[in-house]
Write a protein that binds this ligand. Structure first.
Ligand code: HEM
Length: 329
């Protein structure tokens, strides 16, 4: 049995009760608290039904349908465009790197004497080995390109501002870790080019301020650039860094779902009740516009106040009904 979800009614200035235009206008839809209560009841009801099938049994325990709804049917602001797919594209490439990396690791030997030979064997003899290696190698460059484009998108759309600063900071750590993946992976074939290039990179690291020399020592894993360095890079590349990236992507997505995405800067947000039209703000008109009983008596002449709220109104959060412009993803 399906429980009806609350729908939002639009109030009209004349049809309060259908006959009498002077009668009080009907309130617009249920309140936020009422909606939450109805959704909670529906969720409890659905989870009670969950035991009926195997999928329902799992869903009841892990709330997979809730996660699916939050990720794939969340509301996004009006004006959302292809630039918003760059984060997902980065994530897709990360997943591809993880999968191809697992297959490469089945043939790779992390030893200074055998690494090169194991890669040569993988490339020349193993079925589809060259293809999988190629995917992993090109994927590494593509991930760096996509992550930078995604960062540029969030920067130019002002998505780093309140309340998404933490997601920006997580993103900065992600971009550093992605570059560490590139550095540590480059050494693994242990051929002439990767060996000498990594020595250069290590020397550059050592020249960094304060932590530089310590970091370079840690990466070199000994007085010389040797077999221990390869083991260290291998452990970082296979385990530590991908694990961290995976965990941080989880936190990053959690915040995206929790906070919603930022509307493109060219999408004009809805004017909140009581705020003056932009033209009046620009002209320095100090009187308030009466949009209803909640309108303020006098708006500040510098236009401070409503704009911030208006900006937020143009964005989507899963909890809010949001402006009319919102569409489902
Ligand atoms: C492994 C790397 C990354 C993955 C998989 C990833 C994934 C995503 C996804 C799927 C979204 C939501 C949709 C979108 O806007 O594309 C998103 C949003 C966001 N990302 Fe990333 N991201 C990564 C790296 C970064 C970096 C390097 C930064 C910045 C330094 C960053 C900052 C943000 C911000 C601020 C948002 C919120 C966007 C908004 O509110 O419109 N991310 N990320």
């Amino acid at each position: 049995m399906k429980l009806p979800l609350p729908t939002r009614k639009k109030a009209s200035p004349v049809d309060g009760n259908g006959d009498d235009p002077a009668a009080p206008v009907e309130q617009a839809g249920p309140s936020k608290a009422e909606k939450r209560a109805a959704m909670k009841t529906a969720a409890i009801h659905h989870s009670a039904e969950g035991g009926a099938t195997a999928a329902g049994w799992v869903d009841q325990r892990v709330n997979a349908s809730g996660i699916y709804t939050a990720l794939l049917t969340r509301k996004v602001p009006k004006g959302t465009n292809w630039f918003y797919t760059l984060g997902s594209a980065t994530m897709f490439i990360f997943a591809m790197q993880a999968i191809t990396g697992v297959f490469l690791s089945m043939y790779y030997t992390p030893s200074a004497t055998q690494a090169y030979a194991s890669i040569a064997h993988l490339t020349n003899d193993v079925f589809m080995g060259e293809f999988v290696r190629g995917l992993h190698k090109w994927g590494a460059s593509l991930m760096i390109i996509l992550i930078f484009l995604h960062m540029a998108r969030t920067f130019f759309f002002g998505a780093y501002k309140y309340p998404r600063e933490l997601n920006w900071v997580i993103g900065v750590v992600l971009i550093i870790l992605t570059m560490v993946m590139g550095l540590t992976g480059y050494l693994l074939p242990f051929d002439q080019r990767s060996f000498w290039a990594t020595i250069v990179a290590n020397n550059i690291t050592a020249s960094g301020p304060v932590v530089g020399p310590y970091l370079a020592d840690f990466l070199r894993a000994g007085p010389d650039f040797s077999a221990t360095t390869l083991s260290r890079f291998y452990a970082l590349h296979m385990l530590a860094v991908p694990g961290l990236i995976g965990a941080l992507i989880g936190a990053h997505l959690f915040l995206v779902v929790k906070l919603g995405t930022t509307a493109p800067p060219w999408v004009r947000a809805a004017r909140p009740k009581g705020a003056r039209p932009t033209e009046m703000v620009a002209a320095g008109v100090p009187v308030a516009v009466s949009d209803g009983p909640d309108a303020p008596d006098a708006a500040p002449a510098n236009g401070a106040g409503p704009e911030g709220a208006a900006e937020e109104a143009g964005e989507s959060t899963p909890d809010d009904a949001g402006p009319d412009g919102e569409v489902s993803a």
